[in-house]
Design a protein. Structure first.
Length: 154
């Protein structure tokens, strides 16, 4: 995601550990000025964030944006639900997937795209404990192979 005009501010590494990412989407986010300034400084946390659909609108919950220190009275609640901006038909499709197939909507990253804040959300399926162990074993095996290849080439 590091092409021209895109600056990634935060990634949700925990999401890749806890979920299988099925499909990714880009959404705009409704923010106040002090929140945008705070995000520019990189003071946000996506670790426990999740999305839900209420009344045909998509909301991002549990994303923490630290208050902007020069914002005084204009600062909003750091944990407030924030509305995500997507087309109605996309939201309806996501709603159907969540209700029928048992998927979750998880934010993967927050980034600036030509001065606009965007959120990459994904349709995810939860991992069981044995899936997590399998992934850890696969990563470890890959790391060992890479190390062996590196030693062999030197």
């Amino acid at each position: 995601m590091d092409s021209k005009g895109i600056k990634v501010v935060a990634r949700n590494q925990k999401a890749f550990h806890d979920y299988f990412v099925e499909e990714r989407f880009e959404a705009g986010i409704e923010l106040f000025g002090t929140e945008v300034k705070s995000i520019r400084q990189g003071t946000l946390n996506l670790k426990d964030a999740w999305c839900n659909i209420q009344g045909g609108e998509l909301f991002l919950r549990q994303m923490h944006i630290s208050p902007y220190e020069k914002g005084n009275i204009f600062n909003r609640d750091p944990m407030r639900p924030r509305r995500l901006l997507m087309h109605k038909r996309e939201i309806r499709r996501l709603y159907g997937q969540i209700k029928q197939a048992g998927y979750s909507l998880i934010p993967l990253s927050v980034y600036f795209k030509n001065a606009r804040v965007k959120v990459e959300i994904a349709l995810c399926r939860g991992k069981k404990l044995y899936d997590k162990r399998e992934d850890a074993a696969r990563k470890d095996a890959k790391r060992q192979m890479d190390r062996a290849m590196k030693e062999r080439n030197h």
